[in-house]
Design a protein. Sequence first.
Length: 170
Amino acid sequence: MEAKVIHPKFHHLNLKTTRLDEMVAYYATLVGAEVIHKDDLGAWLSNDDANHRIALLAFPNFTDDPEKETHTGLHHSAFEYADFDELNASYLRLKEAGIEPAHIRNLDDMAQLPVLTKEELKQQLSQLQPRDSERQDAVGVHTSGTTGGGTDLRHARHAVRQAAKRRDHR
């Protein structure tokens, strides 16, 4: 008897990078990914209720590959939209932000993406809150302030719990 093939739903993508903050900003702009957890070694991002959809590793020993164009590795990833209107609306939003698919061909091209500074974060904080920040289950988090004074943010309670569990299992 032949075993039935199970078709699991794709859960997440894990990428290695030397440009963590740029990658976090890129996926926030591209697909609305929110930081679930971030430290010096990486970040875990999600744009839904999953604990993460994109994992970014940034270990100190990582270096950029000068010959990456000829080496094997991830060629691309894709996102599926419900219909053409959603796809087109996202394309127009990204084009307005100066991001067009033809412009982003490799990690070096990501340098053209805008980086959110701490001051911009503070000025636009109300627009950058997680989707559930208006709900009762949102909790306040204060950053450590390693680049000056700390910043108060709101996170979904489930995201804070997941980050704490990951931290405790290290």
